[in-house]
Design a protein around this ligand. Structure first.
Ligand code: SAM
Ligand code: SF4
Length: 266
C-alpha cells in the first residue's frame, strides 16, 4: 500500500513476545519492563490472521522479532504456519542467537528464509557487560548453528555504542567475512530523545525510503519506530487497522516515550 508520501509499505515486523533471555543496556532499562499478561499478547492464531490480512493489502515481507522470538513457546509452529501463507515471499527473524543451536535446523525446516543475528562484541567481558550477563560462546555457537542448518545471506546486526565497541569494527568485519555473514552497523538509537541514524550496510533509518510498519506483541501497529501513534488491531479490525496505520504514517520520526525498544522489536 502507498502511504501519504508515496512510499510503498510492504514490510511488517512482528514482535511475538516482550520477554527476553538477555537484557541489553540500550534496549531495556536495568529494572526490566512491565511485562504484558498472557491475555494481552496476541495468540498465534491472531498473528496468522493478521499476516493474512497484511498479504491482502500487498505486504510481502515479514520479520519475527521481540523481545527474543525464540523464547516464545511454539515459535517453530508459528514459522511453519506463516511460511505456508500464499503471498508471504520473505519470512525472516531477528534473534540474539543464543538458542539457535537448539532451533536453527527446526526453523529452516519450518520454512524460515533468513536470519539476522545480533552481536555487538567479540570480547567475552564486553559481550557480558552490554547484554547484562550473556555468554559470547553461546552466541557464536548460535551463528555456527545457523550456517550448519543451511541459512544463507545471514546478517550480523552490530549496535555501535560510543566509546564502547567502535574499536572492534574492523575485527567484526573480518569475523563476518570468515563466517559468511553480511554485517550491518547500527548506531545506538535513543527513542526518548529521537536520535536515529541510517544503518550502515542496511536500509533502515532512512525515512524517505521507509517501507515498514511494526506490530507489537500486544497487537498495536506502530507506523513509525519514532512515534507513539499506535493503532489497536483488535479494536479496529485487522485490515481496517492496517489502513488506518498506513494513512497515519508520519513523514519522519520524532521520538517515542511510551515504549522501550524491547517492546517494539527494533
Ligand atoms: N532479541 C532479538 C535481537 O536482539 O536480535 C530481537 C529483538 S531486538 C529489539 C532487535 C534489534 O534491535 C537488535 O538487532 C538490537 O540490537 C536492536 N536494538 C535494540 N535497541 C537498540 C537501540 N537502542 N539502538 C539501535 N538498535 C537497537
Ligand atoms: Fe533482548 Fe534483543 Fe533487546 Fe538484547 S536487543 S535485550 S537480546 S530484545
Amino acid at each position: 500500500m502507498l502511504d501519504r508520501f508515496n512510499r510503498e509499505i510492504y514490510y511488517l515486523r512482528i514482535a511475538v513476545t516482550d520477554r527476553c533471555n538477555l537484557r541489553c543496556t540500550y534496549c531495556m532499562p536495568e529494572e526490566g519492563i512491565q511485562l504484558k499478561s498472557h491475555g494481552e499478547i496476541l495468540s498465534y492464531e491472531e498473528i496468522e490472521e493478521i499476516v493474512k490480512a497484511a498479504v491482502r493489502l500487498g505486504f510481502t515481507k515479514f520479520r519475527l522479532t521481540g523481545g527474543e522470538p525464540l523464547v516464545r513457546k511454539g515459535i517453530v509452529d508459528l514459522v511453519g504456519k506463516l511460511a505456508a501463507i500464499d503471498g508471504v515471499d520473505t519470512l525472516a527473524m531477528t534473534t540474539n542467537g543464543l538458542w539457535l543451536p537448539e532451533f536453527a535446523a527446526l526453523l529452516k525446516r519450518a520454512g524460515l528464509d533468513r536470519l539476522n543475528i545480533s552481536l555487538d562484541s567479540l570480547i567475552p567481558e564486553r559481550y557480558r557487560a552490554i547484554t547484562r550477563g550473556g555468554d559470547l560462546n553461546q552466541a557464536i555457537a548460535g551463528i555456527q548453528a545457523a550456517q550448519s542448518a543451511g541459512f544463507e545471506k545471514t546478517k550480523l546486526n552490530v549496535v555501535l555504542v560510543d566509546g564502547f565497541n567502535e574499536d572492534e569494527k574492523e575485527n567484526i568485519k573480518k569475523f563476518s567475512e570468515t563466517n559468511r555473514l553480511r554485517v550491518r552497523f547500527i548506531k545506538k538509537m535513543d527513542l526518548k530523545t529521537g536520535d536515529y541514524y541510517g544503518v550502515e550496510g542496511g536500509e533502515g533509518g532512512n525515512c524517505s525510503i521507509c517501507n515498514r510498519i511494526r506490530l507489537t506483541a500486544d497487537g498495536k501497529i506502530r507506523s513509525c519506530l519514532f512515534s507513539d501513534n499506535e493503532i489497536d488491531l483488535r479494536q479496529e479490525g485487522f485490515e481496517a487497522g492496517f489502513k488506518m496505520a498506513i494513512a497515519d504514517k508520519p513523514e519522519k520520526g520524532h521520538r517515542s516515550l511510551k515504549r522501550e525498544m524491547i517492546q517494539i522489536g527494533g
